[in-house]
Structure formats: structure tokens, C-alpha cells
Design a protein around this ligand. Structure first.
Ligand SMILES: Cc1cc2nc3c(=O)[nH]c(=O)nc-3n(C[C@H](O)[C@H](O)[C@H](O)COP(=O)(O)O)c2cc1C
Length: 199
């Protein structure tokens, strides 16, 4: 049986550079072994958890009604073997569209559970690959890069295992060899997918 990949496409514009990284990743992924389900966040009618939308969620969770359609993305996330996120680097992190999606995914009883010993992840995945491009020279691990630490912390809650970040930085720096930086990141993305395919 093919392994299930959830591709969370948080690309925000037509001529996205980050798109090149996700294309390279899926180029390297063995399609005989992996079945990819893509969610284009720009096309989902995502809304912030507020007002009636918030109240409805509280009521559904109180009634333990987890079959409601609004929980479909949480179920998909929990059942996937590999999560891939492509999102540009915005405001030291990622676009709010992705945070709204995450709000939909963090559902007690689907992606995590709690008991007297704490919170326990319920996700099947053992790995999340995060692909991004950054305008400035901000490297993964810099205090100014808050997307990777957040995704790692979230894995403590949801239990999707290790987070692999592949990034190209300096995209908006004048005079920088952007093409070369992108080429290197694309090669890293493809190689990572080939390694995952070979496991
Ligand atoms: C709203 C917005 C916020 C951004 N914030 C940052 C930032 O905090 N740091 C940075 O280095 N680049 C920032 N950038 C630049 C983008 O990270 C960069 O242009 C990236 O390559 C865009 O990805 P894309 O081509 O896939 O859309 C920002 C761009 C936009 C539009």
C-alpha cells in the first residue's frame, strides 16, 4: 500500500520561488510508493477561530462530535505518513493562512489527546518537511527564524516526529546570486525526497 503524503501548499502568489522547492521535492519523491494529497490553502475557505466559528467548535468538542465536516483536515493530517509544507517566510515566520489551517488541525481527540500525564500526539507521520524561501539572509536556527522552532514545538503536541527545514535565503538581496541559492535548495529538497523514498 502506498504511503500517504499530505502536501500543505501555502504558496501565496503565482510566481512563487518557494514553489520551485516543492516542485523539486515532489520530483524526487517516488510516486510508486507515495500517494500525494494536496491542500492549496489559498483555495480553502479558511477563517480565523473567532465568534460563531469559535463557538461552534466549542459546542462540537463538548458534544464529542468529531464527525463534523469541519474536522476533515485534522483527520487527514492525523492519518498522513508524511507532512510537507511549502510556505514563504513572512514576518519572521509563515503566513497567517498556515496558522489558520493549524488551528483547524489541532483538535483534541483527532490529532492529540490529553490525560493526567499531559498531552499526547495522535499523528501517524514520523516526519514533517518544511520548504521555504526567505528575502533576507536569515538562516534556519537564527533567533529571527521562528517558523522552524514553532513547527518543532507543535510536533511535541501533535506527534508528527522530526522537522526537516529546507530553505533558500537572501532572495530579495540585491546583487546576490539568487538563482544559485535556489538551485542549491532545490537540490537539497530533491535529495531529501529521494532519501525518504529509499527508506
Ligand atoms: C508580507 C511579507 C513578509 C515578509 N517577511 C519577511 C521577513 O520577515 N524576513 C525575510 O527575510 N523576508 C521576508 N519577506 C520576503 C519573502 O520571504 C521572500 O520574498 C520570499 O522569497 C517570498 O517567497 P515566494 O516567492 O514563494 O512568495 C516577506 C515578504 C512578504 C510579502
Amino acid at each position: 500500500m502506498k504511503k500517504r503524503v499530505l502536501f500543505i501548499d501555502c504558496l501565496m502568489r503565482g510566481h512563487s520561488r518557494t514553489h520551485l522547492l516543492s516542485d523539486a521535492f515532489f520530483d524526487g519523491l517516488n510516486k510508486d510508493r507515495f500517494q500525494v494529497h494536496t491542500l492549496k490553502l489559498r483555495e480553502l475557505d479558511l477563517q480565523p477561530l473567532a465568534n460563531d466559528f469559535y463557538a461552534e467548535r466549542e459546542e462540537l468538542l463538548a458534544a464529542q462530535d468529531l464527525d463534523h465536516p469541519r474536522f476533515q483536515w485534522a483527520k487527514l493530517f492525523a492519518a498522513s505518513d508524511l507532512i510537507v509544507i511549502a510556505a514563504p517566510f513572512w514576518d519572521l515566520s509563515f503566513p497567517s493562512l498556515l496558522k489558520m489551517f493549524i488551528e483547524n488541525v489541532c483538535v483534541e481527540g483527532i490529532t492529540f489527546r490529553s490525560d493526567e500525564t499531559g498531552l499526547h500526539g495522535l499523528c501517524r507521520a514520523s516526519r514533517l518537511v518544511y520548504l521555504t524561501t526567505r528575502g533576507g539572509f536569515i538562516e534556519t536556527g537564527s533567533p529571527l527564524e521562528q517558523a522552524t522552532p514553532y513547527l518543532k514545538a507543535l510536533s511535541q503536541l501533535l506527534g508528527y516526529g522530526e522537522v526537516i527545514t529546507i530553505a533558500a535565503s537572501g532572495m530579495d538581496v540585491q546583487g546576490y546570486d539568487v538563482k544559485n541559492a535556489l538551485r542549491q535548495a532545490m537540490a537539497a529538497a530533491k535529495k531529501t525526497a529521494e532519501q525518504i523514498s529509499a527508506e
